[in-house]
Write a protein that binds this ligand. Structure first.
Ligand SMILES: [Zn+2]
Length: 415
């Protein structure tokens, strides 16, 4: 069996959600647990109720809507993403995944399709990690990667604690923020946020996993001096060593994997004054790759490069790895269902490893997980220029829905 979503309704719903937190330039400003987030959550709960789903909200504000299966004790299929956005972000991002999940259950209702398994759809709290850190927080708490109380205590720039913010918008629910049953699988549709699919002319991406990464920092310590009287050979300039390291981080990926990326996203120099030789400089590194061994190699090389840079300039240095996440490989079952749905649709697809983290990262530790990517025009995202054509939105949502139908066992019996 295949299902056909209502294209116009999908588009209308996408436009409707984009009104909550809309910015003048056509973007979206819907920070986690803000007033705009409260409004979109109210809207979402309304949609769930209208679709006849039973709604539950957990202690961390994750919102679930459940459609019963023939076998209500069977492990449910979970489908969703997130409705929060970056500051002045785009209207597609995670919202497309939540709207597609909504459209899935609406269509099951319209077609009076009974699935063997219950189907649950979800909006995860704070995927973006801009107002409160870390990103993918709601799914991380739910999956057991973070401690609930610790995350409640996280504060935003104004010192507001996350727990208070949840209370302020009325979304601290009473259901435990954890899987209260076994789940059969989790599916998520998200925009790619990179240029790969659009450049390849593919209709959708089948995500087979998520890259691993290492993040850390190097601090060089030299000597502050007057920039006039100090001859060049007398200098121990921390910022020069840092500059060497920045170009090394740029070079390292080229020596490793085809998909390795490396970034220095942060620089701090002291005293940061035009007339003083920098005494202290800190730079960060970030390397990502689908292969953990390559991530480890990038880490080894950045430490070696830091040592060379320090030696050349005669400065001291120390390093700190701040975070390391292993690559995630989605198990076959959910990925196979997505592939089958794509083949049935006869659409052009590309199998790929996601270069960005998603809620699916955490879900992969709970159950079978699969993701569908919709192309991002120009690879742009987290900006009002983010764009995915309605055709591409519809295609990706349709593949998601058909993969979901298979995983939820539309034949009426649980395999
Ligand atoms: Zn997102």
């Amino acid at each position: 069996m295949t299902i056909r979503l209502d294209r116009e309704r999908l588009i209308t719903t996408m436009k409707e959600q984009a009104e909550y937190g809309a910015t003048e330039g056509g973007g979206l400003h819907r920070l986690a647990l803000s007033e705009a987030d409260r409004e979109i959550r109210d809207w979402f709960v309304d949609q769930l109720k209208t679709a006849g789903l039973s709604v539950r909200i957990d202690e961390f504000g994750n919102i679930f809507g459940r459609r019963e299966g023939i076998d209500s004790d069977a492990a449910p299929l979970l489908v969703g993403s997130h409705l929060d956005s970056q500051p002045n972000g785009g209207i597609y991002d995670g919202a497309l995944g939540v709207v597609a999940a909504l459209e899935l259950v609406r269509t099951l209702n319209d077609e009076e399709i009974e699935t063997a398994r219950p189907v649950e759809i979800v909006n995860w709290t704070n995927e973006e990690g801009s107002r409160f850190q870390p990103a993918m927080q709601g799914s991380g708490v739910w999956a057991g990667a973070h401690d609930l109380e610790q995350e409640y205590a996280k504060t935003d720039d104004d010192g507001v604690m996350l727990g208070e913010a949840l209370d302020d918008i009325g979304y601290r629910g009473d259901v435990p923020a954890e899987p209260t049953t076994d789940y059969e699988a989790y599916l998520e549709l998200h925009v790619e946020q990179g240029p790969v699919l659009a450049e390849a002319g593919a209709d959708i991406g089948i995500v087979t996993g998520i890259v691993g990464f290492t993040w850390g920092s190097v601090t060089f310590r030299g000597e502050a001096d007057h920039s006039g009287p100090t001859p060049m050979h007398h200098r121990r300039d921390a910022l020069v060593a840092a500059a060497d390291l920045i170009t090394a981080v740029r070079r390292i990926p080229g020596m490793l994997g085809e998909r390795t990326v490396g970034t220095v996203g942060y620089v701090d120099a002291e005293p940061n004054s035009i007339n003083i030789i920098p005494e202290k400089a800190t730079v960060t590194w970030g390397f990502r790759d689908p292969d953990d061994a390559i991530v480890e190699e990038a880490y080894r090389r950045v430490l070696a490069e830091a040592e060379h840079a320090a030696k050349r300039e005669g400065v001291d240095f120390d390093t700190e790895e701040r975070m390391r996440a292993p690559a995630v490989t989605f198990p076959d079952q959910a990925v196979d269902s997505v592939r089958k749905a794509a083949e049935t649709r006869d659409c052009e697809y590309l199998e790929m490893v996601s270069g960005a983290g998603h809620d699916a990262t955490h879900l992969a530790s709970v159950c079978n997980t699969g993701m569908v990517f919709a192309p991002s025009e120009g690879g742009k995202s987290h900006s009002p220029d983010e764009y995915t054509s309605w055709d591409d939105c519809y295609e990706a949502a349709t593949v998601l829905a058909n993969a979901a139908l298979e995983l939820a066992a539309d034949g009426g019996t649980v395999k």
